[in-house]
Design a protein around this ligand. Structure first.
Ligand SMILES: [Zn+2]
Ligand SMILES: [Zn+2]
Ligand SMILES: [Zn+2]
Length: 457
């Protein structure tokens, strides 16, 4: 016993507890969450008419007098089981907006739907991966800092140089960070611009657009190798009442593509004037991709698009190598953060610019770990599809915790802690692995049972 590692000894101690089975049930119910929240309290469900107690639950009967619930963190590096669940919810949320389901009618499949990618502009040349030479140049010229302007190497995608600037002194760190800080505003203006272009092309007064059509979207942010954010989005055009409403006859996918391209090229945001920096005009990069999602099987598949979007929400800034998952609180923190020199320079730019009073509203120091970008990873418009909250409620319903008509539930909960002891963590991760395996087997069985193009509702 003494020779065993601490975690194993702790696990054995747990297993000897008379309430171990009940504890295992709790861990299984959290999906093997690695940082569960511990709650203490009770719920009582009463019949509203008679006042009769229909059911009662109290954590006093639970192991340690507490109930463990999921941490619900979206990032795989923080909690793998919860991140898988979140990715699943995102998949359903995005997919429902494309093909219906979750209270969205299946007719949305026939509305104009696009998958678009908007990029950040260039802030200076960086090393590129690919089959060709990185940045070939015949003249061998150098920048004002005596660094070569070209690079004759061929880089593999995982090479550490990829995404790093050819010259860090030439690279515009200020513009990169300020662009991130304004990316949300740029997106908002882009959406307004799409509506405007659509209205104009349909011969409508812009202020009347909402009486004819409604634009919905779900977008996700992705850090590229150069640590600049890319935006992928699903855009859908509905009738004025939303997903249940037929889009207007003029609302074609081609018209929507034209409006997306025109708006992405034209919108701009000006940074607040700064004595040190001046005023920058920020735009989207010139690479704009907008492709229609068709119902005839031509082009990207709806499920593939939903899976693609879901994949990004589980990634923290740290995992993509752009930034970290934890806030930096001092200037010295930045030098010890395990990131590339390029990312470190971006964090330093956030810190320095964040000290200027004119940029105070941008909270650049607070968001130095995400390189100034402070948007949510997934953002959607209200009418696009269901919500995370609705998906969670649906799951709660399956385990029998939903509200029943004619009853009222009184709940009293208190936070009493979080996380696992070393032994509990060991057991929880084992359960998480088991659940992942059985889920995979379940999916495979489903595929075999109904063909590869299985589309379960
Ligand atoms: Zn968790
Ligand atoms: Zn190179
Ligand atoms: Zn230079």
């Amino acid at each position: 016993m003494r020779q065993l590692p601490e975690a194993d000894r702790d696990a054995i101690r747990l297993a000897q507890d008379p309430q171990f089975t009940r504890w295992l049930d709790q861990i299984t119910a959290t999906g093997g969450c690695s940082h569960p929240v511990h709650l203490s309290g009770s719920t009582t469900t009463l019949d509203t008419a008679t006042g009769e107690i229909l059911s009662q639950y109290d954590t006093r009967a639970e192991p340690g007098e507490r109930l463990l619930v999921r941490c619900r963190n979206r990032r795989a590096t923080v909690c793998a089981p919860c991140s898988r669940l979140h990715a699943g919810d995102t998949f359903h949320l995005v997919r429902a907006g494309l093909t219906g389901g979750k209270n969205i009618p299946a007719t949305v499949r026939h509305h104009p739907r696009l998958f678009i990618t908007l990029t950040a502009p260039s802030f200076g040349p960086v090393h590129r991966a690919g089959d060709n030479r990185c940045r070939p140049r015949r003249d061998g010229s150098t920048c004002e800092h005596d660094r070569p302007l070209g690079c004759a190497a061929i880089h593999t995608p995982d090479a550490s140089l990829v995404g790093q600037p050819l010259c860090t002194d030439c690279y515009d760190y200020t513009a990169h960070v300020l662009w991130h800080a304004h990316a949300g505003k740029l997106w908002d203006r882009f959406v307004i611009g799409v509506r405007r272009h659509l209205a104009t092309s349909a011969g409508l007064v812009q202020s009347r657009f909402a009486e004819h059509a409604r634009l919905s979207f779900a977008r996700v942010a992705e850090y590229q190798k150069r640590a600049a954010v890319h935006v992928h989005a699903v855009v859908r055009l509905d009738g004025p009442a939303g997903p249940d409403d037929e889009p207007p006859a003029w609302g074609t996918a081609d018209r929507l593509i034209d409006a997306v391209r025109a708006s992405a090229r034209r919108v701009l945001v000006r940074t607040p004037h700064s004595p040190a920096v001046g005023e920058l005009t920020l735009r989207w990069g010139t690479q704009i991709d907008a492709r229609p999602l068709r119902t005839d099987g031509d082009g990207p598949d709806d499920d593939a698009v939903a899976a693609y979007v879901a994949k990004y929400v589980t990634k923290g800034a740290g995992e993509t190598g752009a930034g970290t998952d934890h806030r930096v609180t001092t200037w010295d923190d930045i030098s010890t953060t395990p990131v590339s020199d390029h990312v470190r320079n971006l964090m330093r730019a956030c810190w320095l610019l964040g000290g200027l009073p004119e940029y105070e509203p941008l909270h650049l120091r607070t968001w130095a770990h995400t390189l100034g970008y402070r948007g949510h990873i997934l953002t959607k418009s209200r009418a696009y599809s269901t919500t995370y909250a609705a998906l969670r409620a649906e799951r709660a319903h399956h385990v029998g915790r939903a509200d029943i008509p004619g009853t009222v539930t009184e709940a009293h909960w208190r936070y009493v802690g979080s996380g696992h002891t070393s032994g509990a963590a060991l057991i929880a991760s084992g359960i998480a692995d088991d659940l992942a395996v059985s889920r995979r087997l379940g999916v495979e069985a489903l595929k075999e049972g109904s063909g590869v193009n299985n589309r379960t509702a």
